[in-house]
Ligand binder design. Sequence first.
Ligand code: PMP
Ligand code: GLN
Length: 382
Amino acid sequence: MIESKLPQVGTTIFTVMSKMASDYGAINLSQGFPGFDCDPHLVALVNKYMKTGHNQYAPMSGVPVFREILAEKTSSVYGVQYDPEEEVTIVSGATEALYAAVTAVVRPGDEVILLEPNYDSYAPAVELNGGMPIYVSLNLPDFSIDWNKVEEAITERTKAIMVNTPHNPGGYVWTKADLDNLAALIQDEEIFVISDEVYEHIVFDGNQHHSLMTHPVLKARTFVCGSFGKTYHVTGWKIGYCLAPKELTREFRKVHQFITFSSATPLQYALAEYLKEPAHYLDLPKFYQIKRDFFCAGLQSTPFKFTPAQGSFFQTVGYGHLSDESDFDLAVRMTQQLGVACIPVSVFYKEKTDHKLIRFCFAKEEDELEQALERLRRLKFE
Ligand code: PMP
Ligand code: GLN
C-alpha cells in the first residue's frame, strides 16, 4: 500500500468547484481564469515560432531573448536590475517557481511562515520537502498583515516566509511600510522570502504594486515568482518565472532542471516578442478596474458585505451578518441551486477556519458578470 506523503490533501478546490459548475451548468466565478480569450496576435506569434522550427527543448533556464526582455521590463517597471544570464529563470508557471524555490531552501525540520488565508500550493510544497508550515492569520476584513504576529512566529528554525501581493483571495496590496516591516524583522536572520507576485499588474485605484525586489534588504534574499498567465490572459500556457540573486538562482535552477528541465519553446519566443510592447501590461490595471467596478457596483444590490479588492482579479464578500451556513455549504448551494459557482475562503486556511467569506473571480465578460449578479440578487438565507 502506498503511504500518502500528503494525507490531508485531496483534489484542489479549484478542480472541485469548476467541475461542479460544469455539472450544474453554473456560471463559473470559482477557479481564477479569464472568461475571454487572449490577444489573437499572441496566438499568431506562437504559430509563427512553431512554423519556423522553434519546437525543440528550450535552454534549461529559458530562451535567452526572453530572459533579456524580462530583465529589461523589470528594470523599466521597478527600477531593479537582474542579470538575465544568472538571475532570471523561465519556468512552467508560478506554481513551479514557488515549488522550486521552496525545494531549493527548505530542509526537513525547517519552519516556513505562511500568511493565511494563502494560495493552496504553498503548504504542500513545504511539507513535501519535510518542512513545517507555521501559520500567521491576516487581519480581517482587509487581509493586511499583523507584523507583531509575524515577529512572534519567527524562531531559530524559521527558514523562509512565503508572501503574496496582490493577495489571492483577499486582494490586499502590500504597502511600502509592509516591505520595511518585513525587512526589519529578517535582516539579521538567515530567512529567505518566497514572494508570489502573479497579480503584479492587477492593482486598482491608482495604487502601486510594491514588488519585494524594490527593497534592497529583501531583494538579496527573495525569490520573486511571477506568471504570464494572469498578465496576458493565458493561464493555460503555464509560463512563469523566478527572479533572484545569483546564488539563489543557482540553487533554484538545480531544482528546476529536474522538475521540468525547460518550458515550452514557441511560447517563450512568442511571449518575448509580445513583451516588447509595454502597453500590454501597463493597460491591465485599467482593463481590470472596469470589471472590478462593474462587479462591485452590482454586488451593492446583493445581500453581501464587502470592500472592493485593492488588487488581483478576485472579490471576496461576507455573509456572516445574515447566516451561520458554512461557506462550503453556501458555495455548493449557490452552484447547484442558484447557478453561480464561487470559492469558499475557508479552504485557504489550515484549519478550514470559516469566516463566512466566499471569493468570486471577476475576470469575465460584463454580460457573464451581469448574469451572475442577477442570480446573486435572488440569493436567500434561511
Ligand atoms: N499564485 C497565486 C496567488 C495564484 O492565484 C496562482 C494561480 N492562478 C498561482 C500562484 C499559480 O500560477 P500559475 O498558473 O502560473 O502556475
Ligand atoms: N489561481 C487560481 C485560483 O486561485 C487557480 C489555479 C488552479 O486552478 N490551480 O483560482
